[in-house]
Design a protein around this ligand. Structure first.
Ligand SMILES: [Zn+2]
Length: 241
C-alpha cells in the first residue's frame, strides 16, 4: 500500500483527511460526518488507528462516535486539552508541543488559538504535512469565533515559520472565494498564475487542498499582515466580503 493523505469531501465544503500508512492503517482528521469516511476505510480495507481533532466545531467532530462504532471502537481519539469533559469518545488530550505517535506517523501538536480557543494543528514534520483545521485557508484564514485578532495573528505567524515545502491540509475549500477577496484588495495586481491554477482546478471539480505553504507565504494576505492592526482590518473586510 502507498503511504498518502486522502481527502474525503463531506457537507458543503469540508474535507476530512485520511493519512494511510504502508501497512494499511489509517489516521482520520476531523470527521464531521461518519458515513463517507467509513465507506472510504471499508473499500480499501483500512484499519482505523486514530482520530485527530483540531477543534470543537460540529463539522469537525460530528462523525466521531459513529465512525468509531462502525469501524474500530478501540481507535484512539486525540482531542485538544481545553476540550476536557466535552465528549465520551476522547482517549488522549493533547497540547502544545506534544507528539502524537500512531500508525507509524509522528504528529507534533501546535496550539493555534484564534478561530476557537481550543484550536490545535497536527504537524507531521518528517513528511511535511500540516493538518491545520480552520486556522489557515487557501489565500485566507479562519473567522474569529472565540479568540482575539492578536491570537490569530500570532498563530498565523507561527505557520509562516514552518518550511516552504510544507503541504497544508486545511479543512475547507474556500480558495476560490478568497482569491476574489484578494483581487478586491488590489485590482491592478497580476494574479494570473493563481487564477489559472485555482479556477482550472475548481472547474474540473479538483480540490485546491493541500495548499503549498510556499505559495501561501507569497500570496495569502493574512500571512502577509505585518502587525495586529493590519491583520484586524483585513479580517474585518473579509467578514463583510
Ligand atoms: Zn471551525
Amino acid at each position: 500500500m502507498t503511504e498518502a493523505v486522502h481527502l474525503v469531501p463531506i457537507l458543503q465544503d469540508n474535507y476530512v483527511f485520511v493519512a494511510v500508512s504502508r501497512d494499511g492503517r489509517a489516521v482520520v482528521v476531523d470527521p464531521g460526518e461518519a458515513r463517507e469516511v467509513r465507506d472510504f476505510l471499508r473499500e480499501r480495507d483500512l484499519i482505523l488507528d486514530a482520530v485527530l481533532i483540531t477543534h470543537h466545531h460540529g463539522d469537525h467532530v460530528g462523525g466521531v462516535a459513529e465512525l468509531l462504532a462502525t469501524t474500530n471502537p478501540l481507535a484512539k481519539v486525540f482531542v485538544p486539552r481545553r476540550d476536557r469533559g466535552r465528549w465520551d469518545f476522547t482517549t488522549d488530550f493533547v497540547d502544545e508541543g506534544d507528539l502524537v505517535e500512531t500508525a507509524g506517523f509522528s504528529f507534533r501538536v501546535m496550539a493555534l488559538p484564534g478561530h476557537t480557543l481550543d484550536h490545535v494543528a497536527y504537524h507531521e514534520e518528517s513528511r511535511g504535512w500540516l493538518f491545520s483545521g480552520d486556522v489557515l485557508f487557501g489565500l485566507g484564514c479562519g473567522r474569529l469565533f472565540e479568540g482575539t485578532p492578536a491570537m490569530m495573528h500570532q498563530s498565523l505567524r507561527r505557520l509562516t515559520a514552518l518550511p516552504d515545502a510544507t503541504r497544508v491540509f486545511c479543512a475547507h475549500e474556500y480558495t476560490e472565494t478568497n482569491l476574489r477577496f484578494l483581487r478586491s484588495l488590489d485590482e491592478t495586481r497580476d494574479l494570473s498564475e493563481l487564477e489559472q491554477d485555482v479556477r482550472g482546478k475548481r472547474r474540473q471539480g479538483q480540490p485546491t487542498v493541500p495548499l503549498s505553504l510556499e505559495r501561501e507565504k507569497r500570496w495569502n494576505p493574512f500571512l502577509g499582515a505585518t502587525n495586529i492592526a493590519e491583520f484586524t482590518t483585513l479580517r474585518e473586510r473579509r467578514n463583510h466580503f
